[in-house]
Design a protein around this ligand. Sequence first.
Ligand code: PLP
Length: 477
Amino acid sequence: MEKMHSAEEFRKHAHRMVDWIADFYQEIEKYPVKSQVQPGEIYNQLPPSAPEQGEPMEQIFADFQKIILPGVTHWQSPNFYAYFPANASFPSMLGEMLMSALGAQCMIWETSPAAAELEEKVMLWLRDILGLPKAFSGVIQDTASTATLCAMLTAREKKTTSESNEKGIQHLKKMRVYCSAETHSSVEKGVKIMGLGRENLVKIPVDEAQRMRTDLLKLAIEKDLKDDYQPLCVVAALGTTGTLAFDDLDEIAVICKAFDIWLHVDAAYAGSAFILPEYQHYLQGIEGVDSFVFNPHKWLMTHFDCSAYFVRDPEALVNTFSILPEYLKTSSRGKVNDYRDWGIPLGRRFRALKVWFVLRSFGINGLQETIKQHISLTEELGALIRQQSDFVLKVQRMNLLAFYYQPQDILGQKQLNDINQQLMEQLNASGKLYLTHTKVDGRFLIRMVIGQSSVARNHVMESWKIIQDTARKIHTP
Ligand SMILES: *Cc1c(COP(=O)(O)O)cnc(C)c1O
């Protein structure tokens, strides 16, 4: 290897970058939370073609700081309250560093036995700390979107006794998937990818707490059976993205059992909170669930990507995705897991390593404390919002608040929506904090998620002050 790519050069640059990373985290609050660049601003600073000759790392790193960094939205800023948390942590980062260092492709057991066996073990650890049934086995997927697609494909394969993989689905009854109107768009995307057709995703209306109306679910299934459709899968949401609504799993499980329908649970965002005993009640009915996904890469101090997918019947999963079932049966069945057969991609990163680092470094206790702290900050801010006569708190669940500004002299919803949208845009343009919105019954709500890895009381209080000041500057009665 040339000198510039030698281990000695690497050592020098890596030390420098690690120092930069530590400084970056210490000073992260000085960066605008939401990137302030205009469309094309980054692209236009980059040369039209790759360099002919290799360039020194100093120069590349300088351009990273100068060109790239201003175009980054800082998900790790403690003043990031948008979308959902995407927790990073130093133990997770160290795990990721070592994973890159090993550069292993962990598609099957033989291509890195430690990756397969550590994954098997940490998934059982995660299963147990969430209080999921002992009958579940787990696999790490890249995202919840992929896991949900895997669930629906497995449901189809099982329902059609492997005919869909063998002969295709054209000659089969039209299959239907059910979820609430508030369920994440990844379900719809999955249904489209599977070739079921979007019109065969039945979106069940929600009640006043944004939960699936289970009476309407039952009616929809009965009607579909009468019309000769094949009900395939229900996706229940434990924590919708918009308002963290929790479907009634227990009731949905009874319906799925009665009609022999696959029940998949999407707990991508809120699932991490099940490590707290006080939220275990949401899992009532889990015994009737076929598959379950949650994202440690959201709220469990673990870097993207790491989506934990659990199944009751791993054989059904492997039957759906295995490309060499005979080989599997002879050489490894019952002895090792070849995770390439547990999902869509062949290639796999050694993602279990960062999960192991996180679980060991924080301990169950440390993770529980972190999530508890986020929820208690949310409760504190919720109480403060309720005290203000010109703010209306519409939703408070776990670590999510959805509220709107309502100056006394303005009552029309359209005008209030405009003011609140303006408020959100001004807050985000300030770079001081970053919030997103949701709509409930046509009302524009500012949505604030308090779950960032390093968020503390002072950040939340300061942000609340900025929100009020900005709102009253936009409009005072
Ligand atoms: C974020 C989210 C998803 C999608 O997660 P990815 O891992 O990015 O695919 C799905 N469902 C819910 C409820 C989510 O909050």
